[in-house]
Design a binder for this molecule. Structure first.
Ligand code: MN
Length: 140
């Protein structure tokens, strides 16, 4: 069975490109353009990972990560954040919000592939990020 990824990205073209790339990689994709859509995408069958744009128009994607970590049934889903901000302080904020990893835009797809390979299918507890449990994050 294919792994399902929830892609949360407000920009239509970026969302399309990401989805197409993921499908080429063999994933099944559920798309969301905002926080509300993301919540809908988390209902029912749980995705294996969330690919989360942090700048969702006026919304902050980091809020979704924080929310997911508070849900007993969802909290172990790996979350990979995508941000145009390269600043360390912003990346720290994103990790502290509950994301497992943070990659910069424009997306390096080799890096994204490594992240997905690294996070998907790992033991559920290990997905809970450093800031919230253990002391170190996984693979760059
Ligand atoms: Mn965006």
């Amino acid at each position: 069975m294919k792994h399902r990824i929830l892609v949360v990205e407000d920009h239509p073209l970026n969302r399309e490109l990401l989805s197409q790339w993921l499908e080429t990689e063999g994933y099944e994709v559920t798309e969301a353009e905002d926080l509300k859509g993301a919540l809908a995408g988390l209902e029912g069958q749980k995705p294996e990972a969330v690919l989360l744009d942090i700048q969702l128009g006026t919304e902050d994607g980091a809020e979704l990560a924080t929310w997911i970590r508070q849900q007993p049934k969802l909290r172990e889903i790996p979350i990979i954040a995508v941000t145009a901000h390269a600043m360390t302080v912003e990346q720290q904020r994103i990790l502290q919000a509950g994301c497992n990893a943070c990659i910069s835009k424009p997306i390096d797809f080799n890096l994204l592939r490594k992240q997905l390979d690294g996070w998907i299918g790992i033991s559920a507890k290990a997905a809970i990020p450093a800031a919230l449990s253990i002391s170190e994050t996984k693979a760059e």
